[in-house]
Design a protein around this ligand. Structure first.
Ligand code: GAR
Length: 215
């Protein structure tokens, strides 16, 4: 089977990137990570990629004490993505908001991992907000990236039930565990052609979003 070439954008620890690297190296998924771009110089995700021999580029938002504007970041990242020619761009803990121009000029579809059951809780501090609202359900989503923040079509979700003794940190860890299952599941669906990311994403034999109850 032809491998799905993936470029990954990161800002932080990269635990989801690690799951992808492990699956790629063990041949559990038909994927090839063609490069990792970080906007944070000391993101641990970069160490993980370097350890795995995956090409990395840091486009730090602060360089020699000067801030790199989002336009500069985007034009450099666009150039790299066209050089690497991936089939898919995955935002895995990437924390800068991207412009419509950047998304449209990407060489392929772009998906994002988000720690809530979208369309609920777009943006930051999702675990705190879930606990404050008293919601019974929480989880994570993978959605198509569009110009509006966290608003593109939701492709897949993994769901958990909120426990009475959950704290934001406990929820973060429980959701992270779900993410580590949702990411390879979703990539397998895309790589095997069951999930097609056209302008209107479609899935063979299921309606979107596909929901996994793994808790
Ligand atoms: C993940 O929980 C992901 O859902 C979140 O960042 C974390 C990255 O973890 N993404 C966002 O909040 C995007 N808005 P990781 O660096 O360990 O993979």
């Amino acid at each position: 089977m032809k491998k799905l070439k993936i470029a990954v954008l990161v800002s932080g620890s990269g635990s989801n990137l690690q799951v992808m690297i492990d699956a790629m190296q063990a041949n559990r998924l038909p994927i090839e990570i063609v490069g990792v771009i970080s906007n944070v110089a000391d993101a641990y995700a970069i160490t993980r990629a370097n350890n795995a021999g995956v090409r990395t580029v840091v486009l730090s938002h602060v360089e020699n004490g000067k801030k790199m504007g989002i336009r500069t970041f985007e034009s450099r990242a666009t150039k790299l993505l066209h050089e690497w020619s991936p089939d898919l761009v995955m935002l895995a803990g990437f924390m800068r908001v991207l412009s419509a121009e950047f998304i449209q000029s990407a060489p392929c579809a772009m998906i994002n991992l988000h720690p809530s059951l979208l369309p609920c809780y777009k943006g930051l501090d999702t675990h705190e907000r879930v606990l404050k609202s008293g919601d019974k359900w929480h989880g994570c989503s993978i959605h198509l990236v569009t110009a509006e923040l966290d608003a593109g079509e939701v492709l897949t979700q993994a769901v958990l039930s909120v426990n009475v003794d959950d704290t934001p940190e406990r929820l973060r860890l429980r959701v992270q565990k779900l993410e580590h299952a949702l990411v390879p599941f979703t990539l397998a669906m895309i790589a095997q052609g069951f999930l097609v990311l056209g302008k209107v994403p479609t899935c063979l034999g299921a309606s979107l979003p596909i929901k996994l109850y793994l808790d």
